[in-house]
Design a protein around this ligand. Sequence first.
Ligand SMILES: C[S@@+](CC[C@H](N)C(=O)[O-])C[C@H]1O[C@@H](n2cnc3c(N)ncnc32)[C@H](O)[C@@H]1O
Length: 251
Amino acid sequence: MNVAARRPVIAPWGIDAPGMIRVNLAIAALMLIVQLVEGALVIGPLRIVLWLPILFCAAPGFAMLGYSIWGKPRHCNRLLALHDWRGDEMVLDVGTGRGVLLAGAARRALRGHAIGIDLWQAKDLSGNGADQTRAAMDREGVADRTGICSGDARALPLPDESIDVVVSNLCLHNIPQKDGRALACREIARVLRPGGVALLSDMMHLGDYAATLRNEGLSVQRRGPWPLTTFPPLGIVMARKSDAGASAARS
Ligand SMILES: C[S@@+](CC[C@H](N)C(=O)[O-])C[C@H]1O[C@@H](n2cnc3c(N)ncnc32)[C@H](O)[C@@H]1O
């Protein structure tokens, strides 16, 4: 069987922040060993208190792992369902990673095209790389309708008003400076066609994204967060570029 045709059973779209999960679970394991060896010397209610730091490290680690395995595909379907698909859209996935949103968009835009842009940072996603994502698009049967591009969200290598739908999940918060994140939002507004929509999911800074997009003249709504199915809890900014100018020109 072709390697590209086999979908990994566990976390086919990668594990987010793998280093952070590893550190959390390693510290919890270490504290557990210390507790089991040394904790025997401590008596009474203090013993229970000693379990708390273990829980504080292990719980977020397992919750993040659970999101990558089960929550991510579900959340990305929820994000894609916010758009009423015509089927011929030009889609851009900013920070596509292993391509969960890219494949989902291509499955919905059967007569369109979806482009995934990324810097492929290993710290943000396990197995992150353009070749991995290309293989995933082959495996999902959408390679003919998808393109993979190395690029930065702050300088999108695309012409003005060339995209109908911009999607993004857990990418923009990785840009360290506030100015850089605002620049990325302005880039997203720039490439959107009149009438186009941006669906930006993230764990923080959603208010800043909304404010920047509003300043660019887009109408903005917020959805979520969904603390039961995503960790850290994710929310979505939904921003639409007015097509008033284009409609007036058409009529
Ligand atoms: C946590 S991963 C999420 C990947 C994918 N969207 C998903 O939901 O599985 C964040 C992704 O954003 C990418 N990224 C971070 N900063 C970026 C930037 N400035 N421009 C483009 N991609 C970026 C990382 O390389 C990584 O692939």
